[in-house]
Design a protein around this ligand. Sequence first.
Ligand code: PLP
Length: 388
Amino acid sequence: MPPSPTSTVSTAPVQLLDLAAQHAPIQPEIEAAIQQVLREAAFIQGPAVGEFARELGDYLGQTQVIPCGNGTDALQLALMSLRLPAGSEVIVPAFTYVATMEAVAVLGLRPVCAEVLPDTFGLDPAAVEAAITPRTGAIIVVHLFGQCADLAALTRIARQHRLALIEDNAQAIGATFQLAAGETPVFAGTVGEVGTTSFFPSKNLGALGDGGALFTRDEARATYLRQLANHGQTRKYYHEHIGLNSRLDTLQAAVLRVKLRQLPAWTAARQRVAAHYDAALTGLPGLYIPTRDPRSTHVFHQYTVTVAVEKRDQLQAFLRERGVPSVVYYPVPTHLQPAYQYLGYQPGQFPVAETLCGTVLSLPIHPTLTEAQMAYVSATVSDFCRVS
Ligand SMILES: *Cc1c(COP(=O)(O)O)cnc(C)c1O
């Protein structure tokens, strides 16, 4: 038995994610939805796909939703819909999941990395502005860990330079941002020309497999994206564009309809866990809790603390020995990933992103984490900070 912290007693083992527990109360509804798809047997583009798209569009404030195969395809389709000239540059954060950059590279466009902010981890608007060249075609902003990047500054820069803004909203579905004082907040993913999301099972709204979607308020672009995601066809066997085969399975859409109804409650539950951690971990020596941008809500896809570079791996090991799992999202900045060496970046070019890779640690956060488990996690983190 690992030694337990002095301040509390552990209960059930803490997990990073507990999808079985999250599904348990709605399992009969999920099973009924699956049974219905089995009976109707319209497995591709069945009725649940359109119904889910409409319901998600309503939830996100009357936006067009185009379902697709996964969040990486969504980014690729978003870029395809911009019809950028060959050789165009697309600005991406130096600190994000690799898919953001991969979608650019796979289309033969050039990813241009830009620095992020040390507090919110979002794209640094000044760095974006400095990275713009005559070849820049688009900016992809990532709302990392569940909080919006500075959408006010980034939309202003995009507009000034006539660049498209794509929002990679795989981690922040349901988050909102207030673009200007006195204005009604808008949903993340619905501000730029195109927004994208992922329904990978561990995301805040996850399927039972892969899935993704695009958001746009422009009807013409929505139609084009629907065609691009379905072999570029305008009607069956008539292909006006070179597209992809990237559709959301009817089965996944049917399950996502059930899960979408739970999303507001699940988000509130994540926020309660975050509030507990905030209260318990504020002011601990050498540890920083996630910074909140007052203009944004935070849906806490991750609760990510930062500690000194020489302490991070020790903290992770300390937690592991005491039964608390944690993850480093992400250990390598995008500009230093081996596959992207051809871009010619060197260590030291994006010091904030590089430092974050050595100092971040994401703690367990999910809607079914119990009070006792939260208390155990925060007590264990506190013990580390006091003894180390
Ligand atoms: C998960 C994720 C993606 C990719 O989504 P998939 O559905 O796994 O392809 C893209 N960007 C970010 C920021 C993500 O977290």
